[in-house]
Design a protein around this ligand. Structure first.
Ligand code: PGA
Length: 249
């Protein structure tokens, strides 16, 4: 019932030419994989070039989104602009936004609600730091990020929200959470959602795993009951490895 979602986060990488080439290759794989959804989040400046080659099955997302439609918000991107550029979704609260740019749960919540208000599906990124895990505060951290991130958010359609669990210590480090660690966190998040929303809503929200997902480890991660997809950084920048990830078993 939860259609797997494989998402590539390109972060601040690729020229326009490289972006169009990679997107065209990923679009071909998406066309050939009708039982799963494929999404990429290119830099804002590459959205038009990517849209031009994306076809009908490759979905696009913003890497972030502002809560305002327009105005004096230098450096921000409006949800309307993302919609116009062809985006279906937007990342909010990515670990790099939280840790390098000091976005807190309150700001993430504003971004998430702004996205939803304009018909964008937010991908709410959450995850504990190594210090939080080592001191036994993983679940407490996730709970706070979920509760505060979803403050005042109503959800009547599970397709309108995606959560991505990305342990900070696993992002870009080559270390992944073990499949059991991922499942424990995902199951916990789904229980939290069940406390906030109707049972069938919580059961239908897709929860992605992110953090050093690659061609070699994707199958065992995707085999976990509450893992509904992957949010992939580094390994989404090569057509070959991202294709293998999209074609997970
Ligand atoms: P990574 O990044 O796959 O390079 O660890 C994941 C992410 O930041 O979404």
């Amino acid at each position: 019932m939860r259609v797997p979602l494989i998402a590539g986060n390109w972060k601040m990488h690729l020229t326009l030419t490289e972006a169009a080439e990679l997107a065209a290759a990923v679009a071909r794989v998406a066309e050939a994989s009708p039982d799963r959804e494929v999404l990429i989040a290119p830099p804002f400046t590459a959205l038009a070039a990517v849209k031009a080659v994306a076809g009908s099955r490759l979905l696009l997302a913003g890497q972030n989104v502002c809560w305002e439609e327009k105005g004096a918000f230098t450096g921000e991107i409006s949800p309307l602009m993302l919609r116009e550029a062809g985006c279906r979704m937007a990342l909010v609260g990515h670990s790099e936004r939280r840790h390098l740019f000091h976005e807190d749960n309150r700001m993430v919540n504003r971004r998430l609600r702004g996205a939803m208000a304009h018909g964008l599906i937010p991908i709410l990124c959450i995850g504990e730091t190594l210090a939080e895990r080592d001191s036994g505060r993983t679940l407490e951290t996730l709970e706070k990020q979920v509760r505060e991130g979803l403050d005042e958010v109503e959800l009547v359609d599970p397709a309108k929200l995606v959560v991505a669990y990305e342990p900070v210590w696993a992002i870009g480090t080559g270390k992944t959470a073990g499949p059991a660690q991922a499942q424990e966190a995902h199951h916990f998040v789904r229980r939290l959602l069940a406390g906030l929303y109707e049972k069938n809503i919580a059961a239908g929200v897709r929860i992605l795993y992110g953090g050093s997902v690659n061609a070699a480890n994707v199958d065992e991660i995707m085999a976990q009951a509450d893992v509904d997809g992957a949010l992939v950084g580094g390994a989404s920048l090569s057509a070959e490895s991202f294709e293998r990830i999209i074609r997970f078993n």
